[in-house]
Design a protein around this ligand. Structure first.
Ligand code: GAR
Length: 294
């Protein structure tokens, strides 16, 4: 059983309390809240004890009194924790992975500081020892670590992947945010954080997945490109799309000028997507992610 310093309500929000899908809630915070209090095998029972608020067909959900009672008993230890620990624990925690200069991380961190994203960055990890993202994190007093990626160029070696997973678990992150992390995500990370890894890609997916997407767009001659935030699945840049922002391609664009404008769009889009997930305002329905970004 996993008991954490957090009561899951009133923040307990379960994506679907009805049919069979309730056993595998896809909404990240809900998954975390439930699994923190009960073993995964009992999640279905917990979920089925929830009921929808009649005024809101999707959420918020109000916990059933039985559920509150059952979990009050389970959470006896939690209740004894200090107020400060409780309020810290209630924050939505994100772990950021990046290989580059970290401008998207900065955009998210700044939006958090401005009160636009109800979350905290719990840790920043990089596979590049001198990556700017680590420096940007340390400047903000956010724990930052380099983890050696191993011998491969495009993916993490198994031991390295295990070290990433351990660091993210130790810091109890609710969501893994890839911000320019230039390695393929393998099953170890995916299984450790199912449906809880998101990525930003510099094109309007499904167009131009892979490397140098802005250059691919320019070479192809499209008139609009942009950026996409999506959940990570087993494919390359192929998971359910959370948000997209368009960027026009100008006649005199070079790869550099276009990439710069896409970057600006990314810095607007990514914090909005993280905020929507942290607030529980998006829901995954198969390939579609529904909910409003604001
Ligand atoms: C961003 O443009 C992001 O879209 C891209 O790396 C850059 C990171 O910049 N990611 C990918 O291409 C992933 N396929 P940053 O380090 O300044 O945030």
């Amino acid at each position: 059983m996993l008991l954490e310093g957090q009561l899951p309500w009133p923040s307990c929000r379960v994506m679907d309390c009805g049919g069979k899908r309730s056993a595998t809630p896809l909404w990240p915070a809900a998954t975390v809240s439930i699994h923190r209090l009960v073993p995964p095998s009992e999640s279905a029972v917990v979920a089925s004890l929830c009921r929808r608020s009649p005024k809101s067909p999707v959420r918020p959900l109000t916990p059933h009194p039985l559920l509150v009672a059952a979990n009050s008993a389970l959470a006896g230890v939690t209740l004894q924790r200090s107020t400060k620990r409780m309020s810290d624990a209630q924050k939505f925690r994100i772990g950021v992975l990046g290989s580059g200069k970290g401008s998207n991380f900065v955009a998210i961190a700044d939006a958090i500081r401005a009160g636009q994203v109800p979350a905290e960055v719990a840790i920043v990890l990089s596979d590049v020892e001198n990556a700017g993202i680590l420096e940007r994190a340390r400047e903000r007093n956010i724990p930052a670590r380099f983890i050696a990626p191993g011998k491969f160029r495009t993916k993490l070696e198994d031991e390295a992947e295990a070290a990433f997973v351990a660091a993210l678990r130790e810091t109890k992150v609710d969501l893994v945010v890839l911000a320019g992390f230039m390695r393929i995500i393998k099953s170890g990370l995916m299984n450790a954080f199912p449906n809880r890894i998101i990525n930003i890609h510099p094109s309007l997916l499904p167009s131009f997945p892979g490397l140098e997407a802005w250059k691919q767009a320019l070479d192809h001659g499209v008139k609009f490109t942009g950026c996409t935030v999506h959940f990570v699945d087993a494919g390359v840049d192929s998971g359910p799309i959370i948000g997209q922002q368009t960027v026009p391609v100008l006649d005199d664009d070079t790869p550099e000028t276009l990439h710069q404008r896409i970057h600006t769009a990314e810095h607007e889009l990514y914090p909005k997507c993280v905020a929507a997930i942290a607030r529980g305002e998006v829901e995954v329905r198969g390939r579609r992610v529904v909910g409003k970004l604001r």
